[in-house]
Design a protein around this ligand. Structure first.
Ligand code: PLP
Length: 458
């Protein structure tokens, strides 16, 4: 009897799994996985409640709506589709969402929007949009500025600007879509005559790599705008960070920081941003929404962590860089030091006005070396004494020192003639000082200089 009952129960369960009785079993669970709890009476309000406060404050969107949690809706983390509604609710939601409000990862996520709000606020821009890398941000901005016609676009770039930006523009030039005017950094004082009817933007970096030249943003903006009001002033805002300078307050239309450097701050986080007026940023965002070059949420959190510690790290690296520049400048084994915080730097006066927060964490210098063996002796000894975590390589802005021979690391693809044309000497060294205790930095620098002196004496 009991056996019959048991068999009967199994049969009933199997039947009910396929039939209309609705009792739960494994098959049913597979077919109808548990749904997120029914959320809403008003789906649009509920969707907006899941967005961070900062998103809702932007451009009058969603006025008066109270976000439930500062961190947005945690249940959306890692999801590609960011809200779940019934068919009728979705019809109503999609009709009412403002352009750019996220409902699919490629358009941005609550966390990416939170990071964007923080970045916009820090740089005093109306809006920001973030990308998987600094170059992804720059490429997308350039593409956004390209005319949707056969018109050839004219761009002006600083000769010392980041080489990959020039490479992008060079490729467009080869295709016949772009006309390019490349100017030495010293010529930024007078450029009205270079602006043409088809000029879309002027791109430059301040401070610049590797000589840390400082371009007077206010002056450039005044010249560009007087010649052509719709040509954009675009500042690559990577070498300083928004706590040291605010180009948007000095007349730039757009800033493009590589967040991989100071803002990520750990040499493990890669991202970039376009920050400026909403009207421009929205166009860039639209293209990102098509391409999907979005920052994954884990990396967004790392950028956020970087932002949380930026103030302290920035203080330490500004302090270390000034100290390093002073030690190097006073040393007989150093030919010349390039750091805008030094009174001897050609652009010190502009830097004092334009960089009220500090002069950044990178110092470049020329050693009194005869050949690359001398330079290598300095670098290798520096690294032997500097704390573990310091190394040779490109990039900057991390907590440990990063040192490089400029011709060997960042300009290695160029021939000696090309380097000479760009004024890059063989003995040029670039040091990102990091946030280590100043006495450790001083010890490593002095050891390197001593090793160089020993070689020169031998
Ligand atoms: N701009 C400058 C001045 C840079 O130094 C770099 C990278 O080194 C970039 C832009 C590009 O940034 P990312 O490496 O994040 O693409």
């Amino acid at each position: 009897m009991s056996g019959e009952i048991a068999t009967g129960e199994r049969e009933v369960q199997q039947d009910s799994g396929l039939g209309p009785t609705g009792s739960a079993n494994a098959l049913d669970a597979l077919r109808h996985p548990p749904r997120a709890p029914e959320v809403v009476d008003d789906p649009v309000q509920a969707y907006r409640r899941s967005l961070p406060a900062a998103v809702l404050q932007g451009e009058g969107k969603g006025q008066g709506i109270q976000p439930v949690a500062e961190g947005g809706n945690a249940t959306t983390f890692g999801a590609t589709t960011l809200a779940e509604f019934t068919g009728l609710q979705w019809r109503d939601v999609s009709k009412q969402l403002h352009p750019g409000e996220a409902e699919y990862f490629r358009y941005g996520t609550p966390i990416s929007r939170r990071v964007e709000s923080a970045l916009a606020e820090l740089d005093c821009g109306e809006a920001a949009v973030i990308f998987r890398s600094g170059m992804a941000a720059i490429w997308t901005l350039i593409d956004t500025l390209m005319p949707l016609s056969r018109e050839v676009a004219h761009f002006i770039v600083g000769r010392e600007g980041y080489k990959q930006t020039r490479n992008i523009l060079d490729r467009l030039k080869l295709r016949g879509h772009v006309e390019l005017t490349e100017i030495p950094m010293d010529s930024f004082g007078s450029l009205e005559h270079l602006i043409q009817p088809n000029t879309k933007a002027i791109f430059f970096e301040t401070p610049s790599n590797p000589f840390l030249k400082v371009i007077d943003v206010e002056r450039v903006a005044a010249q560009v705008k007087s010649a052509r009001s719709d040509a954009l002033v675009v500042v690559d805002h990577t070498f300083a960070n928004p706590l040291n300078q605010k180009p948007l307050l000095q007349g730039a239309d757009v800033v493009v920081p590589s967040l991989t450097k100071y803002i990520g701050g750990d040499n493990r986080t890669a991202a970039g941003a376009v920050i400026g007026r909403s009207e421009i940023v929205d166009r860039v965002r639209e293209l990102r929404s098509q391409v999907g070059n979005i920052v994954a949420e884990g990396d967004c959190l790392r950028v956020e962590q970087g932002l949380e510690t930026l103030e302290e790290r920035n203080k330490l690296s500004n302090r270390n860089a000034l100290l390093a520049a002073q030690i190097l400048e006073a040393h007989p084994m150093v030919r010349q030091v390039f750091y805008p915080g030094l009174p001897s730097h050609a652009d010190h006066a502009v830097a004092l006005r334009q960089m009220p927060g500090g002069f950044g964490g990178v110092v470049s210098f020329q050693l009194c070396s005869r050949d690359f063996h001398d330079v290598a002796a300095f670098i290798d000894t520096f690294l032997r004494v500097a704390p573990k975590g310091s190394f040779i390589g490109p990039s900057f802005g991390g907590e440990y020192p990063l040192i490089s021979s400029v011709p060997i690391v960042s300009h290695f693809r160029q021939t000696p003639e090309e380097r000479a044309q760009r004024g890059i000497p063989d003995d040029l060294v670039r040091l990102s000082v990091g946030t280590i205790p100043p006495e450790w930095l001083e010890e490593a620098l002095r050891a390197g200089l001593l090793a160089l002196a020993d070689r020169r004496g031998s």
